[in-house]
Design a protein around this ligand. Structure first.
Ligand code: ASP
Length: 461
């Protein structure tokens, strides 16, 4: 017999069905036992004789064949979609037994020790709230893909084992076995590859991209890795990029979060200076009612400063990243008084939602001489620039189109829309607050032999 999903049982009154899933709960009533059976689509009540139910308990995996029966009026459960029926079990086959889970799965789970939840994340994910978060995440990503594919974008994968691409954080390094003593870096973003794809003539690129940054953990930042919708376009105006993303997010809210209301469409656009003067922050929360969980206030912040002064390092750093174009009228000043570099502005924009920065992007530098000047201001010697970024400067000698892009973060958007307290609540297997991976508990020690092959020695402990 074919499997019936719990959600389809209501249409099968009077039929014999075969159900498969987990036991959500067991209630004993003398000779009769009630088992709630759960699959990805919901729960349904099974009624079984005590003998048939045997020792079956919560989280066991079972196969039940039985008749779908209408419940008497007074026993209808309006709280679940299958509440008008129940299954009279004829046969139950145990597919797998289960130990008692280390924590309850039928609550929101936020009061349970988080390290314990992450150690048993595969159980934690059985909880309804997290299942819903994963489902919505999946829907958001599918919508992003479809939207961009419909507009002629190509999804292109870029390497994860690569060379450092600076986004202002520390790199994760991977030692090379074949070239002992050398290292790959995990990309902080696909920035350079997506720009190289523009040189290649791809024109419209996107990727659901994993980015790796070794930064100290914070509630609104995942440790180690996170996911972005990475976009790059050739020949775009800034307005075109902002409009594209704005249309996409209005569509996502309409289709995936129909209960939410966007405060203002079109999204307000503020210059960095205006935002700082009016709100004292470059990510203002523009909700009319900050207590309304269903209000979404998107905004654009544009015209960011090109550089920020790093007092400790006594040098200028890129506000976004070193590939961001200065405003055309500010370019001559790059060759004048360095004291005034703080006043220069960039073709850079941030995407903001309810007080969170949920993405950023820029129009890029395509003139190799200008790019070399920026690297020099950021403190790279010509030799260092050649070593780290020579490939990009060379590529730009072969017909580079004007280009620009953006990368909205997927985790932070979901956290804000779903009103979750941390990013970890919207990621299947996040790292713990102290930077250990869920379930598998990396980082971990490796065999001496592996180190030897890599030509590495760890410092004595
Ligand atoms: N690479 C940038 C980032 O990760 C986004 C962009 O400029 O497109 O923030």
């Amino acid at each position: 017999m074919e499997r019936t999903l719990t959600k389809d049982t209501v249409d099968k009154v009077g039929h014999l069905v075969l159900l498969k899933g987990w036991v959500n709960s067991r209630r004993d009533h003398g000779k009769i036992v009630f088992l709630d059976l759960r699959d990805r689509w919901g729960v349904v009540q099974i009624v079984a004789g005590a003998e048939l139910a045997g020792k079956i308990n919560s989280e066991w995996v079972v196969e039940v064949s039985g008749n779908v029966k209408k419940r008497p009026e007074n026993l209808v459960n309006p709280k679940i979609p299958t509440g008008t029926i129940e299954i009279e079990a004829r046969e139950i086959k145990v597919l797998a037994e289960s130990e008692t889970p280390p924590f309850p799965l039928d609550t929101e789970g936020l009061d349970i020790d988080e390290d314990l939840r992450l150690k048993y994340r595969y159980l934690d994910l059985r909880r309804q709230r997290l299942r819903r978060n994963l489902e919505l995440r999946n829907k958001v990503i599918q919508k992003m893909r479809q939207f961009l594919l419909d507009r002629g974008f190509w999804e292109v994968e870029t390497p994860v084992l690569t060379k450092a691409t600076p986004e202002g954080a520390r790199d994760f390094l991977v030692p090379s076995r074949l070239q002992s003593g050398n290292f790959y870096a995990l990309p902080q973003s696909p920035q350079q590859y997506k720009q190289l794809l523009m040189v290649a003539g791809i024109e419209k690129y996107f990727q659901i991209a994993r980015c790796f940054r070794d930064e100290d953990p914070r509630a609104d930042r995942a440790y180690g890795e996170f996911t972005q919708l990475d976009i790059e376009m050739s020949f775009p105006s800034q307005e075109e990029i902002l409009n594209l993303v704005e249309t996409l997010y209005i569509g996502i809210v309409k289709e995936v979060f129909p209960g939410k209301k966007i405060t203002r469409i079109p999204f307000p656009v503020l210059t960095y200076r205006e935002a700082m003067a009016k709100y004292g922050t470059d990510k203002p929360d523009l909700r009319k009612n900050k207590n309304n969980a269903d209000e979404l206030a998107f905004a654009w912040i544009i015209d960011f400063p090109l550089f920020e002064w790093k007092e400790q390092e006594n040098r200028w750093d890129a506000m976004h990243h070193p590939f961001t174009a200065p405003k055309a009228e500010d370019i001559p000043s790059l060759y004048e008084d360095p004291q005034k570099f703080g006043k220069l502005r960039a073709d850079q924009y941030d995407f903001v939602l309810n007080g969170y920065e949920i993405g950023g992007g820029s129009i890029r530098i395509t003139d190799p001489k200008l790019q070399a000047r920026i690297f020099a201001i950021l403190g790279h010697s010509p030799a260092d620039t050649e070593k780290k970024f020579g490939h990009l400067l060379t590529a730009f000698k072969y017909g580079v189109p004007p280009h620009g892009g953006i990368a909205p973060g997927i985790d932070r958007f979901l956290m804000a829309v779903l009103g979750e307290p941390t990013l970890r609540e919207v990621i299947a297997f996040p790292t713990t607050a102290s930077g250990r991976t869920a379930v598998m508990e990396a980082p971990s020690e490796v065999d001496e032999n592996q180190l030897k092959e890599l030509g590495l020695k760890t410092a004595a402990k």
